[in-house]
Design a protein around this ligand. Structure first.
Ligand code: ZN
Ligand code: ZN
Length: 418
């Protein structure tokens, strides 16, 4: 069986719902598809439930499923992926928590769970902590700044457990919680002890930190503690080259989003951020398309292009901006189509999940998918919309099924059976 290259383009949060201010049309229904109409005409179309109906995907879980790893069986919780999204490189066995800078008084009572939310000094505070916190009982501690008051905390050592409770009381006016083991193992007891020492040490360091004295002088609450929640133990994911169900050797992910790059790296992708690619609505999508063509001309089997701006526009509730990012993504696809041999490539365009602009958050609505492959029985659509996709021949694919379809059309799927 001949193996074809696969070019996969995802507009993050592409799926949507009817928008009142668009006359009950979805953003995709306002998009001008003429630039890729020919490709669409030759493609099969359908819907994809990234996880399963009713389960709202994160970009991390959706990407795992997109690349053939069922997140329902292989997800260590948000802690590790929050850390990956903040730039951490995790090893199997690492314990990671999501965390907040918060304000406590001398009795460790939480005054503000977000330390005023605006913490322009956050990156410096994290650096200060990383330089001073040291190891705890032989366990290395790494803190990563995510956004605003949010951080991720990674504990690295041997035989660590994630079966410990949060220190975040999830409310104000009560004391920071002691972390407790959730199972009766020695590892969980030790982990809880380490977490409690961490909390105390962070409080002491941050209380003595000049950056906080300045905050107090300005009348803003000091960021003097980190509240932890959602412990997760990093798992080992199979790299493409180690998998027996597919024949993929080299894959590259073109993205400016740390979380997506992190997930892809776990699965064995090389990751690249071209100049001008920002992850925002202003991102230079053509720079990504040019990079995709460069990699296509090399020996890469799978070239993945990720566009984040559609999701950013959706979280902002801005349908016009979403339409604009989709149209610029289509220009990028058109650029790629003009420079590849359509007899030798599988091209797919889809969203990683729905982020309806009316909801401003991820929902479980299935997302439209387009798959072009040489010789595919095409549906002959000229647009890719939520409504059209319901009538497409791909039907409604779930979780890792879409990856299987792409691998089969590219001649890269192993036969199941004799
Ligand atoms: Zn996403
Ligand atoms: Zn999102």
């Amino acid at each position: 069986m001949k193996m074809l290259k696969v070019v996969l383009v995802v507009a993050d949060g592409l799926g949507d719902r009817p928008v009142p201010k668009l006359g009950m049309k979805t953003p995709l229904e306002l998009v001008d598809f003429s630039i890729v109409a020919d490709l669409l005409h030759k493609s099969a179309v359908g819907l994809w439930d990234p996880i399963q109906p009713g389960v709202r995907p994160g970009s991390d879980t959706a990407h795992l499923a997109l690349f053939g790893v069922n997140p329902l069986n292989n997800y260590p919780g948000r802690g590790p992926f929050e850390a990956i999204g903040a730039g951490a490189i995790l090893h199997p066995g690492d314990i990671a928590f999501r965390g907040n800078f918060a304000t406590v008084d001398k009795s460790m009572t939480v005054i503000d769970r977000r330390a005023g939310r605006s913490i322009p000094e956050a990156k410096q505070l994290v650096k200060y902590l990383n330089e001073n916190i040291g190891e705890i009982d032989g366990v290395k501690v790494e803190i990563y700044h995510a956004t605003e008051h949010r951080v991720a905390v990674v504990f690295r050592g041997t035989s660590l457990s994630d079966a410990v409770s949060d220190t975040d009381p999830h409310t104000e006016g009560v004391k920071v919680l002691e972390s407790k083991p959730l199972v009766g193992s020695e590892e969980a007891e030790r982990m809880a002890r380490i977490v409690n020492i961490f909390t105390r040490r962070v409080y002491e360091l941050l209380s003595a930190c000049p950056l906080n004295s300045k905050r107090v002088e300005k009348g803003v609450p000091p960021a003097n503690v980190i509240l932890l929640r959602g412990a997760g133990k990093m798992v080992k994911y199979p790299k493409f080259s180690e998998r027996r169900d597919v024949n993929l050797r080299k894959a590259v992910a073109i993205s400016a989003t740390a979380l997506v790059k992190g997930v892809c790296a776990l699965l064995g992708f090389e990751t690249v951020t071209p100049r001008g690619a920002t992850g925002g609505v202003d991102s230079d999508i053509m720079a990504k398309a040019r990079a995709a063509v460069d990699f296509y001309k090399q020996d890469y089997d799978l070239i993945y292009v990720h566009v984040k701006g559609t999701d950013s526009a959706s979280h902002d509730g801005n349908p016009e901006a979403k339409v604009g990012v989709i149209e610029r993504t289509l220009k990028g696809i058109s650029y790629i189509v003009d420079r590849v041999d359509l007899g030798e490539v599988v091209i797919s365009f889809l969203g990683d999940h729905a982020t309806p602009v009316t909801v401003k958050d991820h929902t479980s609505d299935p997302v439209p998918v387009m798959v072009y492959a040489p010789g595919i029985l095409a549906d002959g659509f000229s647009k890719l919309t939520e409504r059209d996709a319901r009538k497409g021949s791909l039907g409604r694919l779930r979780n890792t099924e879409l990856f299987g379809v792409l691998m089969d059309y590219s001649g890269r799927a192993e036969k199941f059976g004799a």
